[in-house]
Design a protein around this ligand. Sequence first.
Ligand SMILES: Cc1ncc(COP(=O)(O)O)c(C=O)c1O
Length: 419
Amino acid sequence: MDKDSQKTGPPAPDPSIMPTYSLATRAMHADDSLNSTSDVAPAMHLSTTFRYSHDPDKLIPIADDEILKEGSTIPQAHIYSRLSAPNTTRFETILSSLLHGHAITYSSGLSAFHALMVLLNPKCIAIGDGYHGVHGVLGIHKKLSGLKQADLHNPESWDAIGLGEGDVVHVETPLNPTGEAYNIQHYADLAHARGAYLTVDATFGPPGIQDPFAHGADFVMHAGTKYFGGHSDMLCGVLATRPDKDGWKQWVQLWQERLLLGSVMGSLEGWLGVRSIRTLELRVQRQSRSTTALVQWLSVSLVSTNGDASTVVTQAVVERLQHSSLQSGEWLIKQMPNGHGPVFALWMKSEKLARSLPSKLRLFHHATSLGGVESLIEWRRMSDDKVDPRVLRISIGVEDFEDLKADLLQAFEVLRAEQ
Ligand SMILES: Cc1ncc(COP(=O)(O)O)c(C=O)c1O
């Protein structure tokens, strides 16, 4: 059969008009031009190696600049899957559209962060709390290069270590595990005044919630394992560079270095990624709404004096909670105009209560990670030995809000009865 006759249906939208479509539409169609068959559901390509052209004049050696057209992140040909592969390229094409930059994937969020540090090779970095694994990666870079570290929230400490041209200010927002937000533009201004890059780990605030490039970020990172995967079944890391020419050059360097680091995401994950990202907006909107409503309910319960049974029971076991919806500020409304990330933290009245709450719940799995369709709760001490032992991290899934609320309440009741 002739190849074109297999490609039925409407032509792929002109890529130049793609940015005018909404996020939900781009998640569905940004990769249409990469359809090589008439399948509506993307085909799965697991090959690690790809046949070269049979036409000697069309052979493009791997090191040729021609393999990538200026400004494009779609290789002219696939050669070997450590360089590129069809499912992954499709996924990256959608991610570039959703992140408003040039996106590249990695085998995990941490390998993406490692690749970013390899690319920028800073002498100094300013960083706050946040995901402990990122600090572990920095430990490796300190060993390799003598990288110096300062406290993100104390710019005087940046100057004390000489943070300047080509160095890095790294902001994780919203923050793991509390879900509190930081002002990206504020840190971008401080970084740029010193000639440093602002890198943002936006894992907890996926597209639809926030766009760090719109607030001065130079690089955006995601643990794609979380909301992009969305179903707790794939590891993935994502970096995005700015959409301009310099950003494309940085992307090309990341692409060339990923070939050598070998930290490429598997082809199966690329396929899963495309399947999952189609519903990103639906999932995250619902997760965000439910989270904000739960946080609202809990925070009102903690200060209420109405004497309701639910208030009394909540006050008996819960000390406090944290989430960006409890913060205020014009910058926050600008940065997250459509809602908040779907993770928050709960401080119980004691370590014993924090250890016990997960076992009393029916709808929340007690497990690490976040961002999936299933609600998860984690007694955070299980994976982070530096965290307050009374802290639980809660990642809200797509279950019904009233069911989740009722489940939390019945668990509080059981804990209170046991006290
Ligand atoms: C904020 C943040 N960044 C990075 C990572 C690392 O991602 P991965 O587990 O895919 O390596 C995580 C993992 O939980 C995270 O929460």
